[in-house]
Ligand binder design. Structure first.
Ligand SMILES: [Ca+2]
Ligand SMILES: [Ca+2]
Length: 224
């Protein structure tokens, strides 16, 4: 008992020292991020960033991202990583990390829909064919096999010409969220990791339906 109390006390002191160092040396240089995240949550993110940066290069790589989120290399995991590595440089510094993690943390179901939908909506008309929806579902699930049950459900939201709009796709997902279940699991894992005390201001949300066509830089490759 005495030993564990002593260990707890040592752990507490270590955390207090780390926090004091963060407040004095790190926080003044990243104070602009306080517009989005409070200091406590920023400390949580800084600790997470530091512990994840195994190669100590001060960057959050795609490989470190996969380990943190517990996901394998895939097209969809590359796309999620680009929510963090916004300039597509192959690495994410701490600012990109904070913005990206907060974005993934707060994205709502309808925004996840828009996120995957626009990967296939190359002409930006917010409409997909059922064949494109089939490819979308396979991409999200990371499989070559069609998800006939969910595809049938999406089909019931298609118009007479066999097209589904973004709005109707969002409705289809709203009634059967498992259509994008893998994305919601990734987000759920992140929320568990950061804990209940983590707080992000809503203004930090960037990927919205309104901004649907504002960033086409990640489009196209899947059809290429
Ligand atoms: Ca690194
Ligand atoms: Ca970057």
């Amino acid at each position: 008992m005495g030993l564990s109390l002593s260990a707890a006390s040592t752990g507490k002191k270590r955390r207090e020292r780390a926090r004091a160092k963060f407040n004095e040396e790190i926080l003044p240089n990243i104070s602009s991020l306080l517009h989005h995240v409070d200091a406590d949550s920023l400390f949580v993110l800084y600790s997470l960033f530091s512990s994840t940066d195994k190669d100590l290069d001060g960057q959050f790589s795609y490989s470190e991202f996969r380990k943190l989120f517990g996901i394998r290399r895939s097209f969809i995991s590359e796309r999620i990583y680009l929510l963090i590595d916004e300039d597509n440089s192959g690495f994410a510094g701490f600012h990109e990390f904070v913005n990206g993690i907060c974005r993934i943390y707060t994205m709502e179901e309808s925004e996840w829909c828009a996120f995957v939908f626009r990967i296939f909506d190359l002409d930006g008309r917010k409409m997909l064919t059922l064949a494109e929806c089939d490819a979308l579902l396979r991409m999200v699930a990371g499989t070559d096999h069609s998800d006939h049950i969910h595809l049938k459900h999406v089909n019931s939201f298609c118009d007479n010409e066999g097209m589904v709009t973004l709005t109707n796709f969002q409705k289809a997902v709203s009634s059967q969220p498992m259509i994008i279940g893998h994305l919601l699991v990734v987000q759920g894992n992140l929320r568990t990791l950061l804990g209940e005390t983590f707080s992000v201001l809503k203004s930090n949300k960037v990927v919205t339906t309104n901004e649907y066509t504002s960033n086409n830089s990640i489009l196209g490759e899947i059809h290429g």
